[in-house]
Design a protein around this ligand. Structure first.
Ligand code: G3H
Ligand code: 13P
Ligand code: ZN
Length: 324
């Protein structure tokens, strides 16, 4: 099928207690790893492109890679989404350039400015059959070049006014997740009986309060990588230096998906899988220099981590047909 919007996906995800995986794409191997897993697991998928990805790989290359994946995976619905659109112009360029969904992230501006810019994007997007994600609250971490040392939780008392005045189709909220591989400091965590660091729980109270005020409305979680320790170890055992990389526990993401969270953004986990695999390959084969030889296992591990997310975390494996 052709590229689609996330409208039907979110309706089904909300009703049936699962979430759609939104994975960032930057090159061919990442697109292939993600979509091969989705094809085999019959899962709907959102492929998302950041401003940084467009700067790195070029808009046209990314659109064509995603179109190639749609041809190779004709039985699953695929959305092409702009991640963290910084302004109206970037959103317009993606809407005009074949995207089916855009995010306008004006969350670091004032509430009034956020409403005004988001509304402008929604009007243009809806006129072109494209859906829009807005954001309230700011996540800590790094988005493109912008680094937020501290985040601020979403204020539930603002969400109805924001959604009503802007007309957005989904809303990203801040409940304690953050971007990147260092989401929590070790001193914020406790150790469980196996000695593993357990980060503080996400603010499910905020999520529930938001959902009470926005019934049947799809919520989005950014910064939702779980930073698998096997890959952190693989990086560190093979010349890398990523001390204290800690992510969001997967059980909490599964719980969020059972509630009103319909889209879960995952990027850092794929980066870790790719980097760990390539580091290991070079360590074990210092004489090799054919990119296909190290990109092949990297792509295979991206595929397996995505499969794990679809089946065990998001709950969207086998849901492709009902999302069409
Ligand atoms: O939220 C940010 C995403 O992980 C994309 O990262 O801006 O480095 O492409 P990027
Ligand atoms: P992670 O850094 O946790 O993978 O989050 C990705 C994200 O939110 C992309 O928008
Ligand atoms: Zn994000």
């Amino acid at each position: 099928m052709a590229l689609t919007t996330s409208k039907k996906m979110f309706e089904q995800a909300y009703k049936n207690g699962y979430a759609i995986g939104a994975f960032n794409v930057n090159n061919m191997e990442i697109v292939q790893g993600i979509t091969e897993a989705c094809k085999e697991e019959k899962a709907p998928v959102i492929l998302q492109v950041s401003k940084g990805a467009r700067a790195y790989a070029n808009h046209t290359y990314l659109v064509k890679l995603v179109e190639a994946a749609v041809i190779e995976c004709p039985d699953i619905p695929v959305v092409l989404h702009l991640d963290h659109g910084p302004d109206f112009e970037t959103c317009k360029s993606c809407i005009d350039g074949g995207f089916t969904s855009v995010m306008i992230d004006y969350s670091s501006h004032t509430f009034e400015e956020n409403i005004a810019e988001t509304k402008k994007v929604v009007e243009y997007a809806h006129d072109h059959g494209v859906v829009v994600e807005g954001e309230l609250g700011t996540l800590a971490g790094i988005e493109d070049e912008v680094s937020h040392a501290v985040g601020s939780y979403t204020r539930p008392e603002e969400v109805e006014e924001f959604v009503t005045k802007t007309g957005v189709d989904s809303l990203a909220i801040a409940i304690g997740t953050s971007h990147g591989a260092y989401k929590f400091k070790p001193e914020q965590c406790t150790r469980n009986e196996k000695g593993i660091l357990v980060p503080p729980a996400l603010r499910f109270d905020i999520l529930k309060e938001v959902s009470k005020r926005l019934p049947n409305f799809p919520i989005v979680l950014h910064g939702s990588s779980s930073v698998p320790q096997e890959y952190v170890k693989m990086v560190n055992d093979n010349g890398g230096k990523m001390p204290d990389a800690i992510g969001v526990p997967e059980e909490q993401l599964r719980e969020a998906a059972r509630l009103s969270v319909c889209k879960i953004n995952i990027d850092s986990d794929l980066r870790l899988a790719m980097t760990g695999t390539i580091r290991k390959f070079f360590n074990e084969h210092p004489d090799k220099f054919d990119p296909r030889e190290y990109l092949k296992p990297a792509r295979a591990n991206i595929k397996e981590i995505v499969r794990h997310k679809l089946v065990n975390v998001l709950g969207c494996a086998g849901k492709a047909d009902e999302c069409k």
